[in-house]
Write a protein that binds this ligand. Structure first.
Ligand SMILES: Nc1nc2c(ncn2[C@@H]2O[C@H](COP(=O)(O)OP(=O)(O)OP(=O)(O)O)[C@@H](O)[C@H]2O)c(=O)[nH]1
Ligand SMILES: [Mg+2]
Length: 220
């Protein structure tokens, strides 16, 4: 009997990630994997994003990844969009298998954009493909401008880096130019958008990017 050996856990994960692409493709759902350290503002950005996209008639679905609790999905419930919460128990990231299981609870024909909020962690989530079109990461200004150099993988794997909490810049030693330079040294193609979920500054640029990516997806 022929035995197929998968070289490593990531190779097995990538096969399932391709299956997820196959599930999303018929409805041309744009899938965005949101990643950051704990507390950088992923859920807050989703709150701002969902209210604005809903107002523009864009249908959003959410997969929430957390080690424990339904706190984040509880925060999003008021928007009345389909949400599936994954509790990983101990895993510090979402993998393709978990995401595929979550998708069985979502009707992809009623979604334009699927946001997956990954577990708060600046390292592990970047290692796993989950069938997304884009990985998007947040770096908040309270984390330090050197983080791209210390934790390069997520910056390398992401299409966009949102520098959040710029309303707090006066109270930190975060140097915007240095953060951008460090991130671009790791990934010269990275799109960088500074924003504040609190004041709303920079949100338009982010929403325009999401809508442009959705339009591009629908054209293919
Ligand atoms: N000042 C300021 N605070 C913000 C901003 N965005 C988010 N916060 C606050 O940052 C804290 C963490 O935000 P969350 O959205 O819960 O962060 P998260 O990345 O989803 O956290 P985890 O899911 O635990 O990884 C909350 O108290 C937010 O109100 C911002 O732009 N400015
Ligand atoms: Mg969150």
């Amino acid at each position: 009997m022929k035995v197929t050996v998968l070289n490593n856990i990531l190779e097995a994960n990538d096969i399932i990630a391709d299956e997820i692409r196959g599930i999303l493709a018929p409805n041309r759902v744009l899938a965005i994997n949101m990643m950051s350290s704990p507390g950088a503002g992923k859920t807050t950005l989703l709150e701002r994003t969902i209210e604005r996209l809903k107002a523009d008639g864009v249908r959003v679905g959410v997969i929430e990844g957390d080690i424990a609790t339904t706190r984040d999905s509880d925060r999003l419930r008021k928007f009345d969009v389909p949400i599936v919460q994954i509790n990983t128990g101990s895993a510090c990231h979402l993998d393709a298998n978990m995401t595929k299981s979550a998708l069985t609870n979502l009707d992809c024909s009623s979604i334009d954009v699927l946001f997956v909020e990954n577990v708060g962690n600046l390292v592990c989530p970047a290692e796993f493909k989950i069938g997304e079109d884009h990985k998007v990461m947040l770096l908040s200004v309270t984390e330090g401008d050197e983080k791209p150099l210390k934790y390069p993988l997520m910056f390398r794997e992401s299409s966009a880096m949102l520098i959040n909490k710029i309303d707090l810049l006066p109270y930190t030693n975060f140097k915007m130019d240095e953060a951008k330079e460090n991130a671009l040294r790791i990934n010269p193609r990275l799109m960088i958008l500074p924003l504040s979920c609190t004041t709303g500054q920079g949100l338009d640029a982010w929403l325009n990017w999401v809508k442009a990516e959705l339009a591009a997806k629908r054209k293919n």
